[in-house]
Design a protein around this ligand. Sequence first.
Ligand SMILES: Cc1cc2nc3c(=O)[nH]c(=O)nc-3n(C[C@H](O)[C@H](O)[C@H](O)COP(=O)(O)OP(=O)(O)OC[C@H]3O[C@@H](n4cnc5c(N)ncnc54)[C@H](O)[C@@H]3O)c2cc1C
Ligand SMILES: *[C@@H]1O[C@H](CO)[C@@H](O)[C@H](O)[C@H]1NC(C)=O
Ligand SMILES: *[C@@H]1O[C@H](CO)[C@@H](O)[C@H](O)[C@H]1NC(C)=O
Ligand SMILES: *[C@@H]1O[C@H](CO)[C@@H](O)[C@H](O)[C@H]1NC(C)=O
Ligand SMILES: *[C@@H]1O[C@H](CO)[C@@H](O)[C@H](O)[C@H]1NC(C)=O
Ligand SMILES: *[C@@H]1O[C@H](CO)[C@@H](O)[C@H](O)[C@H]1NC(C)=O
Ligand SMILES: *[C@@H]1O[C@H](CO)[C@@H](O)[C@H](O)[C@H]1NC(C)=O
Ligand SMILES: *[C@@H]1O[C@H](CO)[C@@H](O)[C@H](O)[C@H]1NC(C)=O
Ligand SMILES: *[C@@H]1O[C@H](CO)[C@@H](O)[C@H](O)[C@H]1NC(C)=O
Ligand SMILES: *[C@@H]1O[C@H](CO)[C@@H](O)[C@H](O)[C@H]1NC(C)=O
Ligand SMILES: *[C@@H]1O[C@H](CO)[C@@H](O)[C@H](O)[C@H]1NC(C)=O
Length: 493
Amino acid sequence: MTLITLLLYAFSLGLLSYAQPEPLQNYNSSDLLSTCNKISAAVSSASQVFFPPAPQYTLDIRHSTASIIEESACSVEPGSAEDLSVILCILGSTRTPFAVKGGGRTTNPGFSSTTGVQIAMTRFNETKVNSDSGTVDVGAGLNWDPVYQTLAAIGLTVAGGRIPGVGVAGTTLGGGYGLLTSQYGLTLDTVTGYELVLPNGTVVNVTSEDEDLWFGMRGGFNNFGIVTKFTFKTYPQGNVWGGARFYAENQLDAIKEALLKFQQQNDTKAEASVSLSYTSGKFLCTVFYFYDGPTPSGVYDDFLAINSTGGNVSTNSFYDYFLSVGPQPPGAFESVAFADAQGASVTQYSPAVFDTIVDQINLWGARLSALDNTTALEFACEPFDKGLFSHGSASAYPPDRSQAIFPTSLTVDWTDATLNDTMAFALRNISNAIRDAAVADGQDVSHAALYPNYAIYGTPLEDIYGGNVKRLRKIRAAIDPEDVMGLTGGWKF
Ligand SMILES: Cc1cc2nc3c(=O)[nH]c(=O)nc-3n(C[C@H](O)[C@H](O)[C@H](O)COP(=O)(O)OP(=O)(O)OC[C@H]3O[C@@H](n4cnc5c(N)ncnc54)[C@H](O)[C@@H]3O)c2cc1C
Ligand SMILES: *[C@@H]1O[C@H](CO)[C@@H](O)[C@H](O)[C@H]1NC(C)=O
Ligand SMILES: *[C@@H]1O[C@H](CO)[C@@H](O)[C@H](O)[C@H]1NC(C)=O
Ligand SMILES: *[C@@H]1O[C@H](CO)[C@@H](O)[C@H](O)[C@H]1NC(C)=O
Ligand SMILES: *[C@@H]1O[C@H](CO)[C@@H](O)[C@H](O)[C@H]1NC(C)=O
Ligand SMILES: *[C@@H]1O[C@H](CO)[C@@H](O)[C@H](O)[C@H]1NC(C)=O
Ligand SMILES: *[C@@H]1O[C@H](CO)[C@@H](O)[C@H](O)[C@H]1NC(C)=O
Ligand SMILES: *[C@@H]1O[C@H](CO)[C@@H](O)[C@H](O)[C@H]1NC(C)=O
Ligand SMILES: *[C@@H]1O[C@H](CO)[C@@H](O)[C@H](O)[C@H]1NC(C)=O
Ligand SMILES: *[C@@H]1O[C@H](CO)[C@@H](O)[C@H](O)[C@H]1NC(C)=O
Ligand SMILES: *[C@@H]1O[C@H](CO)[C@@H](O)[C@H](O)[C@H]1NC(C)=O
């Protein structure tokens, strides 16, 4: 074999990825300014470019984690898919680094922030119900809050995120675990179409007929272009039961038993999330209950028999429930100095896994709080129905739908700027410890995918997309031969 045939062979096996054009290496502030001005001159009156210190600029670059905010040269609020197409063509031809922001909730640096051109999707804010098809069109700039609110007024909902203030775009493009996951699947399994601006500026509607793009878009974030609109299936929604209750550490054995039993039940209307946190030297357990009906079946009896230290459960509209479990006052844009997230994938919160989670929160909670007493460490055990992945077809994420995997969110926030590497180390170490405990317990999770919306920066693509990486790279190379989307951050195929 000659070297060339060997290289071609390796390429065909996906062992080598296609050459990635570099972003403009020596771009400087005047290059960036000239790109901003070019965009400003080219777009229609529906769109606008802002420069510091305009208030809109400050809003456009804002993220809930202050440390990942970057001072971009300008911000752009596109007002139509056509304008976004023009913008993407200018960014591509000038090879200008840029970022796309939906709800701005990522904690990973550079995923939706940049020193180049910040695109803020806020003007894509429609919620349009299509009664005939049982779907709703949702603009890519919205958080879940207004979507649920609009739909609640007509007795409908979508299978979106569970906390107020989080973006529809990132949640949906990466997966989407929520209150209705056990009934309807991941948020991405309830999408029926995307309006997408491709890297070359062509605006397309992506549906299940586009085999490759349909596969890639479901889990692939901004690898294939920028989404302007999602179309979701809608579901009838009546009143729901639930709320949050708090428990002291001496109730943990009872909570563990209740959680174990809860995982054996098959009522897909029932959700529960067990949160364990360590803040200011204090351990706290909070259980978030949600039942999709005005009164729960008996599935929570064991939980409800445990003495709580506070909190409430009651019957509410879906929208009021959603607001009640979020930050108060409702709609507040949470703001923290530094934050990291990570996942820990398990097939069950078995006694050994639960005990490891409790040990890890106490161990690292005490350690990290000693370094920075503002540290807030929180883990959420999120059991779902075993059939949660049966509601959709093959997609970028999850790479393996044959067994149920519970994503487990691990989050930490703090204020001491010198601790970023320590915190990242801690979350990776905790995730590994939980995985090792699950493997030792007989769970088949040594290669289980991490949820891309929880995984910490630096996670190898294979740990998230598993065996799909090769196919995703091929699709990406075909859709984006000029590597325009390589000018923006995120999980890159
Ligand atoms: C408080 C909190 C609660 C959460 N709750 C849940 C939950 O219940 N369920 C769950 O599954 N996850 C949850 N998450 C994780 C959440 O799904 C991710 O953080 C998600 O990426 C946030 O989306 P966003 O639009 O707000 O983020 P952004 O930071 O705006 O975007 C995230 C990524 O998506 C890309 N992107 C954004 N818009 C577009 C677009 N229009 N086209 C192409 N790419 C785009 C960005 O470039 C970036 O790489 C939660 C996170 C937080 C902080
Ligand atoms: C910025 O870079 C361009 C080339 O990309 C160069 O022509 C220009 O002089 C530089 N400007 C400054 C202020 O350095
Ligand atoms: C959408 O944007 C328009 C124009 O800025 C504004 O009037 C409207 O209130 C917004 N709607 C939502 C749901 O944010
Ligand atoms: C996408 O679909 C919508 C609604 O069906 C239609 O109005 C629009 O023209 C389509 N866009 C493209 C680019 O095909
Ligand atoms: C739930 O379903 C599984 C598998 O079908 C079954 O083994 C189990 O007994 C069921 N659990 C309950 C509480 O009905
Ligand atoms: C709950 O608390 C009450 C009174 O404080 C006590 O009598 C009861 O035994 C406790 N129950 C459990 C299950 O701990
Ligand atoms: C609701 O929870 C709060 C906070 O724990 C508590 O103070 C209040 O008494 C509870 N209300 C009811 C009706 O249980
Ligand atoms: C936290 O640490 C700061 C600085 O070291 C100190 O001033 C403050 O009193 C501490 N707070 C608590 C609650 O321990
Ligand atoms: C961590 O902090 C150092 C020094 O403050 C900084 O150089 C580095 O970029 C930070 N890393 C991340 C991932 O934010
Ligand atoms: C966690 O980090 C410690 C070092 O502090 C190391 O000894 C241990 O092996 C790590 N555990 C895992 C599971 O990675
Ligand atoms: C843009 O990319 C799409 C997808 O690869 C392709 O079908 C289309 O022909 C391209 N359009 C132009 C104008 O190059």
